[in-house]
Design a protein around this ligand. Structure first.
Ligand code: BGC
Ligand code: NOJ
Length: 814
C-alpha cells in the first residue's frame, strides 16, 4: 500500500494522505539551525544542539505520536469554521492533502472549504532561522473573509530541564512583543545571551504568548479558544508556557492568492550589548531587526529558496548514476546521499526516535558517517575529524559521545567501547582517499581537549591502533571492553538490576571477554594505517602495522573461526559466542562482514564459506538478520542483546547497518548478483510497495527491520539516524557500482548483477568530472578501461594533468 510517490525530477517525496503509519519526517537546516518536520508539520527546532538550545517544545511519546509543531490555523470568519491546512492538529478531512518533502524543505498543505493553503518550510543557508511561507488561495466564486493564526510553543532552552523541572520553569518564562514580533527571552535576564523570535509579514490583528490563554482551560491545540472565537487575546506570558501566535486577517477575492510569511529564529547578542537601553532589561533588538526585515520580504525568501535548491543540486551532482534499476538510481542520486547529510548533521542525536536529550555525537557513529558524506562536504568532514580526534584520550581510547555545542567528551557515557578508536583510522583513511589532503595528518590535535596536549593527528591514529594491541585477551584477540560495534553485547556487565543502563554499567574490568569483530576491524585499520604510513615514507612504521595485521589475521584463523563461519566473541568465562556449540546465537553477522572487509579468508575459502552460511542462516526476504537463533531468554553474561524480545533490535533483528558489510563482502568476492539482491531487500524505495508492513518512510533507511523471530517480521523502526545510510551509500556506490576513490586515482571495479547491460556514472573527484560508462560484454567483472579514448592497464583511472576538468571513461566488463 502506498501513502505517496517519488517525484524524482523534483527530488521530492510526495505524501498524499496525512495518516501515514508513522510520522514521515524531513530535516530543515544543514548548518547550525535545524528543524525536524513531519508530514503534518509536527516536530521541533533547535540551534546546534538539540538538548541545550531547543527553540520549540516537543512532548515525547505523546498520543498521537506526531503532535506539537509548526501549526497554522485558518478560520472562515463568515461561518466560524476553522481548520489546519497541515491536517494536524484539527484533523479535518481535506479535499486534497499533500506533503512534499524535498532537499532541506517541506511543502505541506491541503484544500478545505474551497480554500487551498500550503506552507513552504525551510531554513535559508547561512541563517539561524526558519521560514514558513504560507500561500492561501480562494478557489470559490465569492469573496472570503479569513483569519490566519500561527502557533508554536517555546521550549525553555534545555530540553531535558524543560520537560522535568516544572517548579522552576513555571515561573521563569518571559517574552516581549514589539512591532508585531514575538520575542522569547526566558533566562535572558540572567546568563543567556540568546533569544528566539517569531515574526510575521502582515499587519497583526492580535497575538498571544501565554499558552493557556490562547488555548483556554482544558483545551488542546485542536480547538484553541482564540481560533474558535476568531480573535487573539493579546496575552503576555509571565511564567507558565510561553508560546508565539500571530493573528492576521485575510480578505480574499474569488480566485485570489495571498502570501503570508512567518520567520522563527534564534539570535545571540554580544554579552555587553544585551539590553537596550543598556541599563534596562529589554532585549537589544537592533542586531536582529535587519535579519527579520530581510526575510519578511518575499523576494528575499524566493532568492534564499533558490540558493538552497542549487546548494543541494551541487552536492548531489557529485555522484549521479543511471542504472537499469530505478530504486538504485533514486536512492543513490537523491535520498541516500541526502540521508548521509542528515546523519552527518545529527549523528544519532535528534529524530522522532532519538530524543535529542540523550545522545550527543557518537565517536564510532560519526566516523562511520564520514564514509557517506566526505565527498559532499570535505571541509566539514575535516573539521569533524579534528573535533572527534580532540576528544580522544591519551591512552588512545575515546569518549563514546561528545556534545555538539561544547565539543567536549561526554562524561556521563564515558568510554571503554574498545572498537571506538579504530573507527578514527577508517574515517581518516576515507577522507584522505577522497580529498588527497595529507596536511590533515600534521594538524595539531589535543587529547581530551586539554590545551598543551596537542599532537599531530597521525599520532592519534597510531595510538588508536596501539589501544587495541595494549588490550589483548587470553587468545590474543582484542578485549571487548564495555562493548564493540554491537552496543548490546555487554560481556562484562552482568547486570541483574532492573532498569540499570547496560550502556553505562561495567561490573568487571574485563580481562577475558574478547571480540572477533574488533580483530577484523583491527586488521582492516592496521592495513589502512600502513597504506598511509607508506605514502608518507614511514616504511618501518608501515611494516610494523602490517606485521600486527598479519598476526591478528592468523589469530583469527586459529581462534576466531568456527568451521563454517567466523566466531563472534569469547565471553567472560572464555566460552564461545556465535558458535555452533552455542544453543542460541550460533552465528552473528558482524564478524562475517568485517573479517572479510579486512581481507581475512579471501584466499583460503573461509570468506566464501562464511558468506554461504550467512545466506543459508541469516538472510530473509526483508534483509539479513544480526544473529540466529535469537536469544529466547535473558543471559546474564551477554547483557542487553538478550534483553530484547526475539527478532527485535540487536537480538536477531535485521539491523540494517551491517547488511552493507555483507553486500561489500559479496561484491569483493565478485558476486554482483547476490550483492545486489541483498541491497534491494532493504532499499527503502524498493520496499515502498509494502508500506503498510514496513511503516517507516520509503525514502530513507531505518535502523532496523524486525527479524524472522518477531511477530511483525518486515516492520521497520528508527528511521533516519542510522549508520545504514553511510554504509549503504558506500556499498552501492563504491562496491556494487564500484567507483571507488583510491590514493592513486578513481578505481572502477563494478560487481553488478549479471543481467544488467551496463550503467553510467558521473562522479566529481578532486575537482575533475569523470563521465564513466560501463558496458557489460560477458558475465564476469573483469574491467577493460579506456580513458579519453586510450586503453589503460588495470582498473584505476590515472589522475589527469592539472587543468583538465572532464574525463570520459569507457569500461567493458567481461
Ligand atoms: C540500542 C543500541 C544503541 C544503544 C546506545 C541500545 O539500547 O539497542 O542500538 O546503540 O542503546 O544508545
Ligand atoms: C546504534 C549505535 O548508534 C551504534 O553505535 C551501534 O553500533 C549500533 N546501535 C549497534 O548496537
Amino acid at each position: 500500500m502506498n501513502y505517496g510517490h517519488f517525484d524524482d525530477k523534483k527530488r521530492e517525496y510526495v505524501i498524499d494522505r496525512p495518516d501515514t503509519p508513522l510520522p514521515w519526517i524531513n530535516y530543515l537546516g544543514c548548518e547550525a539551525y535545524f528543524g525536524i518536520i513531519s508530514n503534518t508539520a509536527g516536530g521541533y527546532s533547535f540551534y546546534r544542539d538539540a538538548r541545550l538550545r531547543r527553540l520549540t517544545r516537543y512532548r515525547y511519546n505523546h498520543v498521537p505520536f506526531d503532535f506539537g509543531g509548526r501549526y497554522i490555523y485558518l478560520r472562515d470568519n463568515s461561518t466560524g469554521k476553522f481548520w489546519s491546512p497541515s491536517w494536524q492538529p484539527t484533523q479535518h478531512d481535506a479535499e486534497e492533502y499533500s506533503c512534499r518533502h524535498g532537499m532541506g524543505y517541506s511543502i505541506i498543505g491541503s484544500t478545505f472549504n474551497k480554500i487551498k493553503a500550503e506552507t513552504l518550510y525551510f531554513v535559508p543557508l547561512g541563517e539561524n532561522l526558519e521560514i514558513w511561507q504560507l500561500s492561501v488561495t480562494n478557489l470559490s466564486k465569492k469573496a472570503r473573509y479569513l483569519s490566519v493564526f500561527s502557533s508554536i510553543e517555546f521550549c525553555l532552552w534545555d530540553a531535558q530541564d524543560d520537560s522535568t523541572n516544572f517548579q522552576r520553569n513555571f515561573s521563569t518564562g518571559e517574552v516581549e512583543v514589539d512591532d508585531g514580533v514575538i520575542y522569547h527571552k526566558t533566562e535572558y535576564r540572567e546568563r543567556r545571551d540568546h533569544f528566539a523570535y517569531f515574526a510575521c509579514s502582515e499587519k497583526l490583528a492580535g497575538y498571544d504568548t501565554q499558552r493557556d490563554v490562547f488555548l483556554g482551560a482544558y483545551r488542546s491545540w485542536n480547538k484553541p479558544s482564540a481560533v474558535e472565537r476568531g480573535r487573539s487575546f493579546n496575552s503576555m506570558a509571565h511564567g507558565w508556557a510561553p508560546i508565539g501566535s500571530h493573528h492576521v486577517k485575510l480578505n480574499l477575492k474569488a480566485g485570489e492568492t495571498r502570501i503570508v510569511t512567518f520567520v522563527l529564529g534564534y539570535h545571540e547578542n554580544p554579552k555587553d550589548k544585551k539590553f537596550d537601553p543598556p541599563d534596562s532589561q529589554i532585549i537589544n533588538k537592533r542586531t536582529v531587526q535587519p535579519v527579520i526585515k530581510k526575510y519578511l520580504n518575499p523576494i528575499t525568501v524566493q532568492a534564499a529558496f533558490d540558493s538552497l535548491r542549487s546548494y543541494w543540486e551541487k552536492i548531489l551532482d557529485l555522484y549521479q548514476v543511471q542504472t537499469p534499476d530505478k530504486h538504485t538510481n533514486r536512492m543513490v542520486n537523491i535520498w541516500n546521499a541526502y540521508q548521509c547529510m542528515a546523519t552527518f548533521n545529527m549523528s544519532r542525536s535528534a529524530s522522532f526516535y532519538e530524543s535529542g536529550i540523550g545522545r550527543g555525537l557518537g565517536f564510532r557513529d560519526s566516523n562511520q558517517d564520514l564514509l557517506g558524506f566526505v565527498h559532499m562536504v570535505p571541509d566539514r568532514a575535516r573539521e569533524r575529524i579534528l573535533d572527534l580526534a580532540s576528544t580522544q584520550l591519551e591512552t588512545g581510547g575515546a569518549y563514546h559521545q561528545y556534545q555538539p555545542l561544547t565539543k567536549r567528551g561526554n562524561n556521563d557515557i564515558g568510554g571503554d567501547f574498545n572498537d571506538d578508536p579504530l573507527w578514527l583510522i577508517i574515517g581518516v583513511a576515507a577522507y584522505l582517499k577522497e580529498t588527497g589532503d595529507w596536511s590533515i595528518l600534521d594538524a595539531p590535535v589535543p587529547y581530551d581537549n586539554k590545551s598543551g596536549s596537542e599532537m599531530p593527528l597521525y599520532e592519534h591514529l597510531e595510538r588508536s591502533l596501539k589501544y587495541t594491541l595494549d588490550r589483548l585477551g587470553p587468545h590474543k584477540l582484542p578485549l571487548i571492553g564495555r562493548a564493540d560495534w554491537n552496543d548490546c553485547l555487554n560481556l562484562n556487565c552482568f547486570s541483574d538490576t532492573p532498569g540499570q543502563s547496560f550502556q553505562t554499567t561495567t561490573n568487571k574490568d574485563g580481562k577475558v571477554a574478547e571480540s572477533v569483530f574488533i580483530a577484523g576491524m583491527f586488521v582492516l585499520a592496521a592495513h589502512e594505517l600502513a597504506d598511509i604510513a607508506e605514502r608518507r615514507g614511514l616504511n618501518t612504521n608501515a611494516a610494523g602495522y602490517r606485521r600486527a595485521a598479519e598476526k591478528m589475521d592468523s589469530t583469527v584463523h586459529t581462534h576466531g573461526w568456527d568451521g563454517e563461519w567466523f566466531l563472534r566473541a569469547y565471553d567472560d568465562f572464555g566460552k564461545k559466542i556465535g558458535s555452533k556449540e552455542c544453543e542460541e546465537g550460533k552465528i552473528f553477522i558482524e564478524p562475517q562482514g568485517f573479517c572479510i572487509l579486512a581481507g581475512i579468508g579471501l584466499e583460503d575459502g573461509l570468506a566464501k564459506k562464511a558468506l554461504d552460511s550467512v545466506n543459508k542462516i541469516l538472510a530473509t526476504s526483508h534483509g539479513i538478520m544480526l544473529q540466529q537463533p535469537a536469544y529466547s531468554k535473558y543471559y546474564l553474561n551477554l547483557g542487553e542483546i538478550s534483553s530484547y524480545p526475539p527478532g527485535y533490535k540487536e537480538n536477531a533483528g535485521i539491523f540494517c547497518h551491517n547488511n552493507p558489510w555483507i553486500i561489500i563482502a559479496e561484491a569483493m568476492m565478485g558476486n554482483g548478483d547476490r550483492a545486489f539482491d541483498y541491497y534491494l531487500r532493504i532499499n527503502p524505495s524498493a520496499r515502498e510497495k509494502i508500506g503498510k508492513l514496513h511503516r517507516c518512510e520509503p525514502y530513507v533507511y531505518a535502523q532496523m527491520i524486525a527479524g524472522r523471530d518477531a511477530p511483525t517480521h518486515g516492520e521497520a523502526k528508527n528511521s533516519w539516524l542510522t549508520g545504514t545510510a553511510a554504509w549503504n551509500y558506500f556499498a552501492v556506490t563504491q562496491f556494487i557500482l564500484g567507483v571507488r576513490p583510491t590514493y592513486k586515482g578513481l578505481m572502477v571495479a563494478p560487481a553488478i548483477p549479471t543481467k544488467w547491460d551496463g550503467f553510467s556514472v558521473s562522479r566529481i573527484f578532486q575537482g575533475v568530472c569523470y563521465n564513466i560508462s560501463v558496458k557489460r560484454e560477458g558475465k564476469g567483472n573483469k574491467v577493460r578501461l579506456m580513458v579519453d579514448g586510450l586503453a589503460v592497464e588495470g582498473n584505476i583511472i590515472p589522475k589527469p594533468p592539472s587543468g583538465v576538468t572532464q574525463v570520459a571513461v569507457q569500461v567493458l566488463l567481461n
